[in-house]
Ligand binder design. Structure first.
Ligand SMILES: Cc1cc2nc3c(=O)[nH]c(=O)nc-3n(C[C@H](O)[C@H](O)[C@H](O)COP(=O)(O)OP(=O)(O)OC[C@H]3O[C@@H](n4cnc5c(N)ncnc54)[C@H](O)[C@@H]3O)c2cc1C
Length: 446
């Protein structure tokens, strides 16, 4: 391929942004263009924190200057169609742009459930749209009662942030527990206890049947149990749907979980078109089956694969492990790979190891928190396949260590003897280091 390869990337959030920067690292001369609909792109994972911590939509933006600094052209326009024969895209403005390699990073949109009343004024979603978020921020100045439909991580994070503003917040979750699709039950219970301690009213095992309104505006939510909750605002956080319109209209293959089908090199069914991030189909690291997990960390990782493969197929996608953390008040919760339940559901015979330790040493150090670790091993291979962490500010990075161990398929013995560093102010004690301790616990039970 010539030095002046034309790379066109649609979408400029976690996937598109990372893909452009990666592609630049591997070719100083390529013509790299990023097209996106919106003038400004919010940092997606920062969105909840706009409402109780940052208090300003403008302080949660993707750093566009990095594009200019790396000679990446940014076009603000909407792609309306892809012409695969001519290798061009047409834009809303009427312009046509050609490509050698096209990368679809078109992301996802919030699911709008078919609940009566969903179109009433003051029903909001976690839209990755600066103007929309500004409207929500303004609206919060004038309201008191908020009902959040959906107790997944987005609902929980918004609940905690809304509480920081002093709002009356209720979460309504259909499943027996909040965060149940991400964590094992004992971790969900910890999350719910913390939410309640922070003043969030948590209703589980119940369904929002109708959003009630008057004069076109939200007034409340009626539950399947018959209970009616007062609401000035209803916030919906029940998941996302991949944005695949362009791909579908261009005749690209769509996967079982509604994402754009990709092979292990992240190529779509057209070898000159790649896809990465929320719009792309995901395959499990453990079963190779399609999975619905969609995260910014996955998007960025896939984009790093594509950013290199646009110049020749070098990087392979080993499938999604899924490493993720959240925080409620001062309680950090993290998960990597399979939970005990998910592993059993997938047919694994599991061995569980657990450990609890102060996250600093000695435990009398200031701001010391209790850290809990649960590891899931495959009894047959002895390999680590999952882990959950609850603790303080080190939770997310401990979860990432576990994710790395999973990817390297480390055995119980290897996890028990892995080489780590410790310091009183930053980590658990070397003697009680909980990842190693949890592995030792599992070895005793295997
Ligand atoms: C509230 C919230 C909190 C989250 N927190 C976390 C977290 O803590 N950790 C984590 O890992 N993940 C988190 N996520 C998930 C994460 O946000 C997504 O996985 C991530 O945004 C996916 O990035 P993406 O680039 O694939 O797509 P998106 O962020 O959806 O971006 C898609 C881009 O494509 C553009 N686009 C689409 N169609 C067109 C078109 N036709 N023409 C031009 N441009 C187009 C859009 O304008 C946008 O720029 C969170 C999500 C939300 C909503």
């Amino acid at each position: 391929m010539s030095e002046k390869t034309k790379i066109l990337i649609i979408g400029s959030s976690a996937a598109g942004f990372t893909c452009a920067l990666t592609a630049r690292k591997y070719n100083k001369d390529a013509e790299i263009t990023l097209i996106r609909k919106e003038k400004k792109t919010p940092v997606p994972c920062g969105i909840p924190y706009v409402f109780g911590t940052i208090h300003d939509v403008e302080k949660n933006l993707m750093p566009d200057q990095a594009l200019a600094n790396n000679n990446i052209k940014l076009v603000i326009d909407e792609v309306k169609a892809i012409n695969r024969e001519r290798k061009t895209v047409s834009l809303l403005s009427g312009q046509e742009m050609d490509y050698d390699k096209l990368v679809l990073c078109t992301g996802s949109n919030p699911i709008k459930p078919p609940i009566p009343g969903i179109d009433l004024e003051n029903v909001f979603f976690a839209k990755k749209d600066v103007e929309y978020l500004r409207q929500l921020l303004l609206k919060l100045e004038t309201v008191k009662d908020v009902v959040i439909i959906g107790g997944g991580f987005i609902g929980v994070e918004f609940a905690d942030e809304f509480r920081k503003r002093g709002l009356n917040v209720t979460i309504v979750e259909l499943l027996p527990h909040c965060l149940q699709l991400a964590f094992d039950e004992e971790y969900c219970v910890m999350a719910e206890e913390k939410l309640r301690e922070r003043g969030v009213h948590v209703i589980t095992n119940n369904k929002a049947e109708e959003i009630i309104g008057k004069n076109g505006k939200v007034e409340g939510v009626r539950l399947a149990s018959g209970e009616e909750l007062k609401a000035d605002i209803v916030f919906i956080g029940i998941g996302v749907r991949p944005e695949t319109t362009l791909a579908q209209e261009a005749g690209l293959k769509i996967g079982e979980m509604r994402g754009i089908w990709v092979n292990e090199y992240m190529q779509t069914s057209d070898e000159d078109i790649f896809a990465a991030g929320d719009c792309a189909e995901k395959f499990s690291f453990f079963t190779n089956k399609p999975t619905g997990l969609r995260l910014a960390s996955i998007a960025a990782r896939e984009a790093r694969i594509v950013g290199v493969n646009v110049y020749g197929l070098r990087r392979k996608n080993v499938g999604v492990i899924g490493s993720f953390a959240t925080i409620i008040g001062d309680l950090g919760l993290g998960v990597a790979g399979l939970t005990e339940k998910a592993a059993k559901d997938a047919g694994f015979d599991v061995v569980i190891g657990t450990a609890t330790a102060p996250d600093k040493h000695p435990g009398t150090m200031p701001n010391c928190k209790t850290l809990k670790v649960k590891l899931v091993f495959d009894r047959n291979t002895k390999a680590i396949i999952g882990g959950e962490v609850a603790g303080g500010s080190t939770t997310a990075e401990l979860t990432n260590i576990i994710s790395t161990m999973i990817e390297r398929k480390m055995t119980m013995d290897e996890v028990a003897t892995f080489q780590y560093g410790t310091h009183p102010a930053f980590t658990c004690s070397p003697v009680t280091y909980p990842i190693a301790f949890a592995a030792e616990d599992a070895i005793q039970k295997a």
